[in-house]
Design a protein. Structure first.
Length: 265
């Protein structure tokens, strides 16, 4: 990270961190001098008391000055920066330097298999459903890297059954005997049904749904409890962004999905 933007949050925090280290050294000198004073008092070394007290006064003055320098040095406009394009750009830049793939899509950052949403008003980011307040870019990216190394928390069987129940609900409007006939239903229709209740679309975004479809597609789970086989057929519909859901794959490529169908074994 040698080429960090001089106006970046990472650089500002790094500078203030150095200032705090200097303040800690000054504080340690105060503590050391106070310990010497206690020893002198304990021994009754009266000739040393005045000299030690003077050294403590000097150390306190130096600490106060260093703290003022630290406080004045932290003048970064956090609110404006987090709300601007600079923050996600810096996260992506740090990620590249650390070998972590982060791609922006639909106003969210995607770091397989996690979706990251920036919450400027809360000075936080949301990683899937978890809020994270550690916003130092290098710390955040390293945290994402650690999360990536853990097993993916995704239950393909449960998600498949949810998709099938929504699919079955929609397909039965054409007649009960149509279930299992490989009739294609747009995934967007499935998503709308899954998020029909007020506030559900906010709790479970279209991007999250697309990610889950991709994770299911990558799994070996394709057969429902009713012995119907999942299909995610391509269609001319994938040529239209409005009719598709999109996701960034583990390899960093965009993948589109259009429809879903189920076929009897």
């Amino acid at each position: 990270m040698e080429n960090i933007n001089p106006n970046s949050l990472e650089r500002a925090l790094s500078k203030t961190e150095s200032d705090v280290d200097a303040a800690l050294k000054a504080a340690n000198l105060v503590v050391t001098s106070l310990k010497k004073l206690r020893v002198a008092i304990n021994k009754g070394s009266l000739r040393e008391l005045k000299k030690i007290i003077e050294s403590i006064e000097q150390a306190l003055s130096a600490l106060k000055q260093q703290f003022e320098n630290t406080k004045d040095g932290w003048n970064f406009d956090i609110d404006s920066y987090i709300s601007s394009r600079d923050f996600p750009n810096e996260i992506a830049e740090i990620a590249r330097s650390l070998g972590v793939k982060i791609i922006e899509q639909d106003e969210r950052l995607y770091c397989y298999p996690f979706l990251i949403r920036i919450l400027p008003s809360e000075l936080a980011v949301q990683i899937d459903k978890t809020k994270e307040k550690r916003l130092r870019p290098s710390t955040l990216v390293n945290h994402l890297k650690t999360l990536q190394n853990k097993p993916v928390r995704f239950k393909p069987e449960a998600f498949l059954e949810s998709l099938f129940m929504a699919y079955e609900t929609l397909i039965k409007s054409r007649g009960k005997d149509q279930v299992g006939k490989s009739i294609v239903i747009p995934l967007l229709d499935i998503y709308r049904l899954l998020t029909l209740l007020p506030g559900q679309a906010k709790e479970y975004s279209r991007q999250e749904f697309a990610r889950d479809v991709y994770l299911l597609d990558q799994s070996s789970v394709t057969i429902t409890k009713k012995n119907l086989v999942l299909n995610l057929p391509a269609s001319t519909g994938t040529k239209s962004t409005m009719n598709t859901i999109r996701v960034i794959t583990q390899e960093g490529q965009e993948k589109k999905y259009y429809g879903i169908s189920f076929t009897s074994l």
